[in-house]
Write a protein that binds this ligand. Structure first.
Ligand SMILES: NC(=O)c1ccc[n+]([C@@H]2O[C@H](COP(=O)([O-])OP(=O)(O)OC[C@H]3O[C@@H](n4cnc5c(N)ncnc54)[C@H](OP(=O)(O)O)[C@@H]3O)[C@@H](O)[C@H]2O)c1
Length: 324
């Protein structure tokens, strides 16, 4: 089958199309015909091999799994041992274990599959697992609930556009930072106040937040904790990290700052959760959240999609349709 390969670490322009063997499902797995793949910041990190700390696990010299794309909507076309053959033909959405979505076929774990109803388009469903799932897990980590005031730092990207909608849905008052051109969008998603991150000094905001969800930017943690209520929580989702150790030094600083303090800094390491994906599918179907999709690209334009993510300026999600 044809596939988009990143067989060397480097920027999106190094992505090439090549012919590879169609994978075979093993025990507990299914083979999916891919209908749509949503791209994530993690695809770019693995494409670049950055931070270097990742490489012992994902390939020292080159990526062990060269096909990017983890969030997919697809059709079950074959099953491995231990999976009921009646599942063939199911339309599903799922987070793959280790990429493979930028190909016509990919392997997924059967126990992670979530049914995709006809009313939910494949390109919309594919946006949910990582970005939506991370948003839910970040809000849970921060204990966000009705009546709380939440600051979302980095509200316009893949994760942020879900965080704003889901926090508002929980009844929180959402304040958010994003670029000036995206303020109107973020307000339509449910933020009551927005600030241009390039011109706003966060120190000028009142120290009134029950939770801060930090998705982009990496402000000094001590400054963020000063914006919290006495029992507030910073949930660290993403942000800039060093080339070698990535977020590790920042995570350690967060742990140290939390010692002996009623305010806490919690690291979010989101994992694939079937029940969370089912909730997200239900919320979209009910019209309670709407994934923001910046562009839906044909299969042939997958490199453009990876380059767009690499630019760091995506508004919502970028989706690549399956190979015809
Ligand atoms: N912890 C976890 O489990 C987990 C899971 C998923 C993702 N992540 C991490 O979360 C981060 C965000 O992921 P994503 O998918 O949302 O990325 P993304 O879609 O690439 O985010 C891009 C958006 O971030 C905005 N932005 C960039 N710098 C900013 C700043 N300093 N302040 C406010 N907004 C800023 C950009 O706005 P402009 O265009 O205006 O600059 C753009 O709209 C990444 O670091 C990713 O690795 C972590």
């Amino acid at each position: 089958m044809p596939a988009w390969l990143n067989d060397r670490y480097g920027s999106a322009t190094g992505t090439r199309q090549a012919t590879v063997s169609t994978p075979q499902p093993g025990r507990g797995e299914v083979l999916l015909r891919i209908r749509a793949t949503a791209l994530n910041a993690a695809d770019v990190r693995l494409m670049l091999g950055d931070p270097l700390l990742l490489r012992p696990m994902f390939g020292i010299r080159r990526p062990k799994q060269p096909i990017r794309g983890n969030d997919v909507a697809g059709t079950v076309v074959a099953v491995g041992e231990g999976v009921d053959a009646s599942r063939i033909g199911e339309e599903v959405v799922v987070e793959l274990s280790s990429g493979g979505g930028l190909a016509p076929y990919a392997i997924a774990r059967a126990d992670r599959l979530v049914a995709r109803p006809d009313a939910l388009a494949p390109e919309v469903a594919a946006t949910l697992p990582i970005s939506g799932g991370t948003a839910v897990q970040a809000l849970d980590a921060a204990g966000v609930s009705r009546g709380q005031r939440v600051l979302v730092i980095g509200a316009s990207g893949g994760v942020g556009t879900f965080v704003v909608q889901l926090a508002a849905l929980r009844g929180a008052e959402v304040w958010a930072t994003c670029g000036e051109p995206n303020r109107a969008l973020v307000e339509t998603l449910g933020a009551t106040r927005t600030f241009d991150y390039r011109t706003t000094d966060l120190a000028s905001l009142p120290a009134s937040f029950d939770a801060i969800i930090e998705i982009a930017g990496s402000r000094p943690l001590r400054r963020l904790t000063r914006l919290l209520t006495p029992t507030g929580v910073v949930a660290m989702v993403g942000g800039d990290g060093g080339r070698v150790l990535g977020p590790i030094p920042r995570i350690l600083r967060g742990l140290l700052l939390s010692i002996g303090s009623r305010r806490s800094i919690r690291m979010v390491a989101a994992v694939a959760k079937r029940d969370v994906n089912e909730q997200l599918v239900a919320l979209v179907l009910a019209g309670r959240i709407t994934p923001v999709i910046e562009r839906t690209l044909p299969w042939d334009a997958a490199v453009e999609g990876l380059a767009r993510l690499e630019s760091g300026h995506t508004v919502g999600k970028v989706v690549v349709l399956g190979c015809e």
